[in-house]
Design a protein around this ligand. Structure first.
Ligand code: ADP
Ligand code: ASP
Ligand code: MG
Length: 404
């Protein structure tokens, strides 16, 4: 049995007209003798609207009910697609996470798919039906509804492909594939034909919204090839696959950026062994993710400055936690929400010297100040003033000849 999993993102199912278009894409695979499993997102804007509603009730909306609420958008798109396929004369029905069931582990809003029961959907596929399985949702061991993080339908599709042993997993979205940088921000962005899991994971984690980072981890662990393409245009897309399958010798594959960072500096921290751990412990307990960290060497052995970045939405909470932390002493706290992080990504930098220099030099030539730097084997990130963001992305795109 040739199975294909088709994921449709929010814009792709954003209106009833779009649902009709998507139904045509689905039936085109049926005509090619595929058994199709569909994983749709909620219609564009619906999940954001549900989140807004929860905030109107409480800024601390109870986490288990929050997941019941925000997962409900996918129920609507599933039934609309099934209804549309029925209208065209095809057998189709919706499956919510608890009906499959899709088992998840981990806390509400950040669960991960652990197991998908196959029996009923398999039977349905064999009988010629088209199952529409709600993305983004599952249940935990107490049968409570869970969600798997924003953009999570990507991971739902990949895990469906894994458990059903699909021949293909196709992510239909509103751009033609994965680009060297966000094509909606930088006009010269170029579509990437093939990219490794490692590079895609870095690009996604560092801000390329086109794929959810967890979904790429799931794909890499299970060796699922992903085809990212447009639901609006019939053009070839991007293949995300293992490194061995890639011949191209690009040093840098892409430039990612984020706009929602905040920088916190603690000035005059009393230095002693364990101080960094004392600063970050309450942030960890409150699930606040710390990204870049720099600590100056204390010149007199007594005091130091420590700078780190977090998501801007966490900045108020972080400031409060730092101020009430009895284990640390500092003179002043500075919060800067007008920063952005720009990263260059590519496995080629492992073997090519001088990439760091080229990046810093290109930014310096345009008078762009670097605030914080962090590197890994296949990426270099710099924190900048947000007003320099577009200029920086453009100049790095050019420096590493990504438009070619
Ligand atoms: P979907 O609703 O289909 O899941 P998303 O909005 O989550 O779609 O992701 C697609 C968007 O990702 C694009 O519209 C684009 O603006 C953005 N994006 C950011 N970086 C990239 C990139 N490097 N390549 C392609 N798209 C990107
Ligand atoms: N609807 C969810 C979100 O907006 C999941 C998804 O779109 O993949 O985050
Ligand atoms: Mg998405």
């Amino acid at each position: 049995m040739k199975i294909v999993v088709l994921k449709f993102g929010g814009t792709s199912v954003g209106s009833t007209d779009r649902i009709k278009k998507v139904s045509k894409i689905i039936t085109s695979y049926i005509k090619k003798k595929y058994k199709v499993i569909v994983a749709p997102s909620a219609m564009k804007g619906v999940t954001n609207d549900l989140i807004r509603k929860s905030k109107e009730i409480s800024n601390n909306f109870i986490s288990d009910e929050y997941d019941v609420l925000v997962s409900s958008g996918e129920q609507m798109s599933c039934s609309l697609i099934a209804g549309s396929l029925n209208h065209l004369g095809y057998k189709s029905r919706s499956w919510l996470g608890w009906q499959v069931p899709i088992l998840t582990e981990g806390g509400f809003s950040k669960a991960r798919i652990k197991y998908i029961y196959k029996k009923n959907i398999m039977k349905y596929l064999k009988s010629g039906g088209i199952p529409i399985v709600a993305g983004f949702q599952g249940i935990n061991s107490n049968s409570r509804i869970t969600t798997i993080g924003r953009g999570g339908t990507d991971a739902s599709a990949i895990m469906l492909a894994r458990f059903f042993n699909a021949e293909k997993c196709i992510i239909y979205t509103d751009v033609e594939g994965v680009y060297t940088t966000d094509p909606n921000t930088i006009k010269k962005a170029k579509k990437i034909k093939v990219i490794s899991y490692e590079e895609m994971l870095e690009m996604a984690s560092l801000g390329a919204k086109v794929m959810q980072p967890h979904s790429i981890q799931d794909a890499r662990l299970n060796r699922i090839d992903i085809d990212v393409r447009s639901s609006f245009k019939q053009t070839s897309g991007t293949l995300i696959t293992k490194r061995k399958n890639i011949l191209s010798n690009k040093i840098i594959r892409g430039v990612s950026f984020t706009k929602n960072d905040a920088k916190i500096t603690l000035v005059g921290v009393k230095d002693r062994p364990g101080v960094a751990a004392s600063i970050f412990e309450p942030l960890y307990i409150n699930s606040i993710n710390v990204d870049m960290v720099v600590q100056n060497i204390s010149s007199n052995g007594r005091e130091t400055d420590l700078t780190f970045t977090i998501k801007s939405e966490d900045s108020v909470k972080t400031e409060k936690l730092l101020k009430k932390n009895k284990k640390i002493n500092f003179r002043k706290i500075i919060v800067d929400k007008k920063v952005s992080k720009v990263s260059i990504i590519g496995v080629g930098m492992i073997t090519t010297p001088g990439v760091t220099y080229r990046m810093f030099n290109a930014l310096a030539k345009k008078n762009i100040n670097i605030i914080v730097i962090s590197t890994s084997e296949i990426k270099i990130s710099v924190l900048l003033n947000r007003r320099d963001l577009n200029k920086a992305v453009n100049i790095l795109h050019k420096e590493f000849r990504l438009e070619k």
